[in-house]
Design a protein. Structure first.
Length: 394
């Protein structure tokens, strides 16, 4: 009994020195559990003859080695990610974010023209931006296409409209050696963007349809150089949402669009039929502000960017959105082109609003004749080649 007691005492005394931590202590005691007397001494002796690292710490060694391997793998993955990020940084910035909209980017004359050649092929800046009356007298080569890609069959209506509107570009813009332009889309990504001050610094600010400015200046700015619209999207107050010198640019999709603007500007009997949505019947606008966009740009957007046929069955009638049309116009008119507020929610995200100013969803686009997926690919192509840069996430 005394010998057995002595063995237990020795074990309890020697265990801390041979297995100094909790893991080691469990290892030592498990090897002598239930042994007394000489058996305990033999077990203890065999334990002491072996090194503590080998007899007491096998589990700890395994854990340490596993941690080292895991740490090495994570380090390798991190290095690869850093390298990839650096190697693709320019493309990442071009596709998603423009780094510093507060800083005025240098404007290189002809830069947009050189890059847009990759998109449009036989690129030309000689096309007039707006239609003018003199081009429809004694025309030897009439337009090959009907609206919206040409004016074939609508010349008589167009002549009356051109007689009461203008085609000039403000001298302050026309005289610029290098034009810095931003096309402000209507997308929900502009909401809470705080881009208003940056947008106001561009030489030319192009807006779309009935997108409001009043109340949203902090996100979308207050300057408007051109506003592209069509009759069904003209539900805005021209004097409240625009500046006195803003150019209101009619995008004609059909002959009735010419008829509508003529009745508004000449105060004739209003047209109520022939529209997919009733346009305004009263529109307080100065005729000198109104311009008629050259259908050439709609043709280029459809043909070169979306590969749409110019001759389509009447029941299909696919066509570019006003936003893609505005970017196409900017690439023919400007030397530096930035965009903001473009991109639609994913198709499965049915609750996400598509505009920064109203609560409508992608469902409202059904039956519009716009292929938003195809347009997204076209814009990504522009971003990839650097023809345009993005102020918001796309």
């Amino acid at each position: 009994m005394e010998e057995a007691g002595q063995s237990r005492e020795e074990i309890s005394v020697q265990t801390p020195s041979s297995c100094p931590n909790r893991v080691g202590r469990k290892c030592s005691l498990s090897g002598t559990a239930g042994l007394t007397g000489r058996e305990g001494q033999v077990a203890r002796g065999s334990r002491d003859d072996s090194s503590p690292q080998e007899s007491c710490y096998p589990l700890r060694n395994m854990i340490s080695k596993s941690r080292l391997k895991l740490l090495a793998m994570l380090t390798l993955v991190l290095l690869v990610m850093v390298w990839y990020s650096i190697s693709r940084e320019d493309r990442y910035i071009e596709l998603f974010y423009f780094p510093s909209p507060e800083k005025k980017e240098p404007c290189l004359q002809g830069e947009a023209e050189r890059k847009a050649f990759k998109l449009f092929g036989n690129y030309s800046r000689d096309q007039p931006i707006f239609l003018q009356l003199k081009d429809y007298f004694w025309v030897k080569t009439p337009s090959a296409y009907e609206l919206p890609y040409g004016t074939k069959g609508s010349e008589d209506l167009l002549l009356r409209v051109l007689a009461i509107t203008s085609y000039s570009i403000p001298e302050s813009i026309q005289s610029l050696k290098c034009r810095r332009c931003v096309v402000v889309g209507n997308g929900h990504r502009l909401r809470n963007s705080s881009l208003g001050e940056a947008i106001n610094k561009y030489d030319v600010v192009i807006r779309l349809n009935n997108a409001p400015v009043a109340g949203y200046e902090g996100d979308v700015g207050s300057k408007t150089t051109m506003r592209l619209f069509y009759p069904e999207s003209a539900h805005f107050n021209p004097k409240e949402e625009n500046s006195p010198d803003t150019l209101l640019v009619l995008v004609a999709f059909k002959a009735m669009d010419f008829h509508w603007i003529e009745t508004i500007l000449s105060d004739k009997k209003r047209v109520r039929k022939g529209f997919w949505k009733q346009p305004p019947l009263i529109w307080d606008v100065n005729p000198k502000q109104v311009r008629i966009l050259n259908p050439f740009f709609m043709e280029i957007a459809a043909d070169k960017l979306l590969n749409l046929p110019m001759q389509q069955p009447r029941k299909i009638k696919q066509k570019p959105t006003t936003g893609l049309l505005a970017i196409t116009l900017a690439l023919h008119f400007c030397d530096l082109v930035h965009i903001a507020g473009f991109g639609y929610p994913d198709a499965h995200n049915r609750k996400q609003t598509i505009h920064y100013y109203e609560q409508i969803t992608l469902k409202s686009m059904a039956g519009s004749g716009h292929n938003v997926s195809q347009e997204a690919l076209a814009i990504k192509r522009m971003l990839e080649i650097g023809a345009v840069k993005n102020l918001t996430f796309f």
